[in-house]
Design a protein. Structure first.
Length: 98
């Protein structure tokens, strides 16, 4: 009986791990959503370089989550498919690019 309860609790806990780990993995989200324009290392391609950007993590997060009418597409609008937690993780990751 105890083993069944333990397995059920473990299985329930594992269901939430992928969502939590994705939210915390800014590098993976960056590669999926940003690298095609900004480069795998943030060196810039079609979009500007993000390495050593002067923007703060909060400014990057705001741009990702709300967009900015003064920017070129796609950043006039929020980036699709990123939760606020994902956007924060991406912003924090971008700040590590040197």
């Amino acid at each position: 009986m105890k083993l069944t309860k333990m397995l059920t609790a473990t299985a329930m806990g594992l269901c939430f791990l992928p969502a939590l780990s994705f939210a915390a993995d800014g590098a993976a989200a960056y590669k999926a959503k940003c690298a095609m324009c900004h480069g795998a290392e943030g060196q810039g391609k079609v979009g500007p370089a993000l390495k050593a950007t002067s923007l703060s993590a909060d400014q990057i997060m705001a741009l990702i989550t709300t967009g900015d009418d003064s920017k070129k597409p796609p950043h006039k609008k929020p980036v699709n498919g990123l939760s606020p937690d994902d956007a924060k993780a991406v912003a924090d990751y971008i700040k590590t690019l040197k």
